[in-house]
Design a protein around this ligand. Sequence first.
Ligand SMILES: Cc1cc2nc3c(=O)[nH]c(=O)nc-3n(C[C@H](O)[C@H](O)[C@H](O)COP(=O)(O)O)c2cc1C
Length: 499
Amino acid sequence: MEAPERDDAPPRPPPQKAGIPDAPEGSPPMRDEAEDAGVPPLGAALPEADFWSALYTRRSIRKFKPDPVPRELIDQVMHAGIWAPSSCNYQMWDLVAVDDPELNAQLAQLSLQMANAPVNLIVSYGRDFSEENYANIQSASALIQNMSLAAQVLGLGTFWITQTGDSEKVRELVGLPRDRMVIAVLALGWPKVMPKQGPKRRPLSQVTHYNYYAGKPIPSSVDPEDWDPELLATYQRARVLNGLRHNKPRAWEVRALVTALDALVPDGKQRPEDPASAPRWLDVLPCTGIVTDKLSIERRGFAFDVVERSSEVAQWVSTRTRPKAGVRGWPTSSGLPAPDEGVYDVVSCIFRLEDLRAAERVELMAAMTRWVKPGGRVLIGFVSASSFHDRTEKLRARRGGPKGVEYVLSPDPNIGPFQALRSAEVVGLAQAAGLTLENGLGLQAAPQPEEIDFRTRNFSARTKKIVNGVSKLLGAIERLPGAQNRRGRFQFRVFRRPG
Ligand SMILES: Cc1cc2nc3c(=O)[nH]c(=O)nc-3n(C[C@H](O)[C@H](O)[C@H](O)COP(=O)(O)O)c2cc1C
């Protein structure tokens, strides 16, 4: 048989009959019997639906109309859920549909994620059932996905919530006994806006194999030495596919960048009269480029180029700068043209050295020195290993917090592996490449209040109180003279290439 073509477009489905289960033979059964026979609550009133369009048009909906959802529709969604397979058909799931606004408000206190929809479906499973290979979680997940698709067909929207805050509190609030484990919550309601296009998927050819795995898995290690450059490019490509929602800079990071620019590169704020004569700025390795658009707005007097490992990421960043930045590639395997040498007035590299292997840091520093003009400046921003950053990471590891590259406390959560740097290391690298240190500053010796609010958003009120107390103390330390420069998490250095 001819092998099907493998690409990213959804496979073209054969025409489908409506997804309504066949009606049981004989006269309509009574309600209990009907349930046993698998007759859905809406029965013949179920909308006609094509399976493939339901599958490919479903999106996570996070904004809902306040209108209530009729209980027969909620029942229909849950009924679709319980027709999922479960390990040994044990079906040890128990669902609680919360449509009482007061109870939902209490759930929202545990996690704001549960403040969005008029209905929160709490999905639990028997705590000590089907533990082999997490079959309990797998069974509950099958149920959740069935519910998501059923809701889509009914014109409802859902989003899957694992960030529920303290799941034991969720369980207690809705009266589930201790031997039920809350697996997740599915928010359900009438969509306020239907996203036209959802986040893209990694290509089929990259993630699927026949008979024998022939790929290169993306590591979860946070150590840059464990990542070869191609894997880093693949990871970053995958991250930009997540879309803007997952690739936003945080307010405190942008603030640090703007303060550093004002101190270290104060020129070029105004758009030039003749754009063709604008000085040139190259932003190096923007990864997801979460601060590049801000850079280009703050220094609109410059003509911007961005340089990345993969063309997808560079293009993605370029579309977010105004006017669109030119795209360049580094190293040359990216398929993009390399930056011209000796032409840039400013070369910036913000929070990017940290995800490279030590040897590549040396190479990048040498490349930046070639790209910048004689007499031009190289601006480096990095997270300092002498700040609270590393201590916070250690504390988190000790408390059993989530590990792996996804949870690194780096400024850009999509940067990949991450190693905070010491100032002497960065200055040493630049000097070895032939650059001269001109100026520098450190910022944010303590976590900023918005960052604390953000990172503790799903914590209990008690833990939040403790963290806020500690952060007030750290805030006082931050105001001590010299503390920011010595202990600031964000460090910036400007170097000059001798003229
Ligand atoms: C196991 C799992 C957990 C998730 N947890 C959350 C969550 O806590 N909060 C959230 O906003 N979205 C959550 N999502 C939704 C994903 O972000 C979403 O499915 C993904 O970005 C793809 O977008 P799409 O559903 O529109 O295709 C979760 C999805 C899954 C499968």
